[in-house]
Each structure stands twice: as structure tokens, then as C-alpha cells.
Ligand binder design. Structure first.
Ligand SMILES: NC(=O)C1=CN([C@@H]2O[C@H](COP(=O)(O)OP(=O)(O)OC[C@H]3O[C@@H](n4cnc5c(N)ncnc54)[C@H](O)[C@@H]3O)[C@@H](O)[C@H]2O)C=CC1
Ligand SMILES: O=C(O)C1=N[C@H](C(=O)O)C[C@H](O)C1
Length: 233
């Protein structure tokens, strides 16, 4: 598979390693806002910056190149991308987190939320910890986790770094040098606490998931998620 890397930073470089190991070829590396010929690629993988994701993804869809995006912090434009993809009969996957472990954790989070709905007296909260170079907060993964809880609970929204009201989930975003990504969901009562936690030890899981998703998407049409790729949930 000929892969275009839209974004060649920490993730772009990790994806390159795994793509080469799996027998793919990197035909394009883009690191800044510039014009490029996406048509030489079979598939594009966007891990860029929040301000660039919409332009990169729409360029791929307009040129009929399947595209996966792991960039976070651009979801105000997600509906527009979904519509463009369906109108153009393109192929697109966004995931806030491509790692297999986190996608299992997403399902566990939803199951725990369903269980916790049956008991009283617990306060729900989310904490995410990432390296200090991260541009967005809260992390895309923390937002997906909050949305998973909201799907099946009385919670209606999340709130970053603030005091939450009864119906909102507070998300604390911490930045510590070198941390690839740690997410914890806590349910605290006067009597006890229940916590589930995912800790990424490095970026390999994100990168492997992204390459597997690109392989899966190459000959498909439509807008998909990692649940489709992994056939879970
Ligand atoms: N979904 C997932 O599994 C994961 C998502 N991420 C997300 O991926 C994104 C990238 O993360 P990192 O690689 O750690 O960041 P990074 O800052 O190391 O790399 C981003 C790269 O994008 C480049 N860039 C700037 N403008 C661009 C443009 N117009 N087109 C293409 N590239 C451009 C920058 O020069 C930089 O090299 C972030 O939004 C991060 O939150 C990170 C890890 C996992
Ligand atoms: O910026 C990162 O590094 C990461 N970003 C993603 C997010 O915002 O959830 C995924 C992962 O946690 C690493």
C-alpha cells in the first residue's frame, strides 16, 4: 500500500516505522501547510495539528483518496467532513485513539457507566495525563470516554478543569513531560472509590492501530469508526 503521511511529527514517524515493517511504502510526508499531490497515494494517514486536519482530510476526500485521521481538537468540523465523504462517496475513519487497548477500554467504560447508573452516591470524574507538547485539552480520548458515559447515564455534558454540576462530568487535564497518554475514570463515594485506568507505555499501539485501520479502509467506501475495524462493541 502506498501511504501518504499528513503530519510527520511524533506520530507520523512512529507510523512510518510500523508501516514499513508491514510491507507498505511511504510516498508522501507533509509537515506544514503546503500544496501536495495526494493522488500518488493509495491511502492517507493524518496525524497533524488541529488547525490543519480539516484541510488535509477534505483534500483527500475531494481527490478520492481514503483517509484516516487521528488528529484531535478539530471535531467542530466533523459533521462537515462526514457530509463531504458521503456526498463524494469517499472513505474516512476518525478515532480519538487508535490503540486496541483503548478501544477495549472505551467498551469497558460504557459497561461500567451502565452498572453505575443502578447505584446512588458516586461522583463521576475523568483525568487525562499527557506530555507537555500536546496542543489540545482535554484529550480526544477523554472526550470519547465522557461521551461514552453520557450515552447511558444522567450526565449530559463534560467540563474541563472546573467544578462540575450534578449533570456534568469534570475532566482534569494534566501535562507531565514524556507521558504518552494516561486516562482514568473514577467513581467516588463517601464509602469507597472505583477506578478504571488505561496507561499507554509508548506510541506503538496508536501507530499500529492507525496502520491496521488504513489497511482495512483501503477498499471500502463510507464513514467508519474503530469499532467497525476491530469488530467490537
Ligand atoms: N488518535 C490517536 O490514536 C492519537 C492521536 N494523536 C493526535 O495526533 C496529532 C499529532 O500528534 P503528534 O504526532 O504527537 O504531534 P506532533 O506535533 O509531533 O506532530 C504534528 C506534525 O504536524 C505537522 N503539521 C503542521 N501543519 C501541518 C499541515 N498543514 N499538514 C500536515 N502536517 C502539519 C507539524 O509540523 C508536526 O510535525 C495530535 O492531534 C494528537 O492529539 C496522537 C497520538 C495518538
Ligand atoms: O497528543 C497525544 O499525544 C495523544 N492524543 C490523543 C488524544 O488526544 O486523546 C490520543 C493519545 O492519548 C495521545
Amino acid at each position: 500500500m502506498k501511504i501518504a503521511l499528513l503530519g510527520y511529527g511524533r506520530m507520523g514517524k512512529e507510523i512510518e516505522k510500523i508501516a514499513l515493517q508491514r510491507g507498505h511504502e511511504i510516498v508522501l510526508k507533509v509537515s506544514k501547510d503546503s500544496s501536495y499531490d495526494i493522488c500518488k497515494a493509495d491511502v492517507a494517514i493524518d496525524f497533524s495539528i488541529p488547525d490543519a486536519a480539516y484541510g488535509n482530510i477534505s483534500n483527500c476526500i475531494n481527490n478520492n483518496i481514503p483517509v484516516i485521521s487521528g488528529t484531535t481538537g478539530w471535531l467542530d468540523h466533523y459533521d462537515a467532513i462526514e457530509k463531504l465523504c458521503l456526498d463524494k462517496e469517499g472513505a474516512f475513519i476518525y478515532a480519538s485513539n487508535f490503540s486496541l487497548g483503548v478501544n477495549i477500554f472505551f467498551e469497558l467504560n460504557k459497561q461500567l457507566a451502565t452498572l453505575m447508573k443502578t447505584v446512588e452516591g458516586y461522583n463521576t470524574s475523568i483525568e487525562e495525563i499527557h506530555h507537555t507538547k500536546k496542543l489540545d485539552a482535554p484529550s480526544g480520548t477523554a472526550i470519547t470516554l465522557a461521551e461514552g458515559i453520557i450515552e447511558d447515564s444522567e450526565k449530559t455534558a463534560w467540563k474541563l478543569d472546573g467544578k462540575a454540576s450534578e449533570n456534568t462530568i469534570p475532566i482534569a487535564a494534566k501535562r507531565i513531560p514524556g507521558v504518552p497518554g494516561t486516562h482514568t475514570i473514577s467513581y467516588d463515594s463517601d464509602i469507597d472509590s472505583i477506578e478504571i485506568k488505561h496507561t499507554a507505555h509508548n506510541r506503538q499501539g496508536f501507530a499500529l492501530g492507525a496502520v491496521v485501520a488504513a489497511e482495512w479502509l483501503q477498499h471500502r467506501k463510507g464513514v467508519f469508526t474503530m469499532k467497525d475495524v476491530l469488530n467490537i462493541g
